[in-house]
Design a protein around this ligand. Structure first.
Ligand SMILES: [Zn+2]
Length: 59
């Protein structure tokens, strides 16, 4: 895990999230609290490996 940079869907400011500032829900989604507007936001964790090429849907 590394620092995630995302723009908040609520206030549109960039969130720099250290590994201890977000919660991994499963291997796809993480949840974090926006440091600007305190909204709880969920975003997709994009890995740089094989999964980045396309969605992992069923098998
Ligand atoms: Zn925000």
């Amino acid at each position: 895990m590394s620092t995630q940079v995302r723009s908040c869907p609520k206030c549109f400011q960039l969130m720099w999230l250290k590994p201890d500032q977000y919660e991994v829900l499963d291997d796809v989604f993480v949840r974090a609290k926006c440091p600007h507007c305190s909204s709880t936001v969920r975003f997709r964790l994009v890995s740089e490996g094989a999964n980045a090429a396309g969605p992992k849907m069923g098998h």
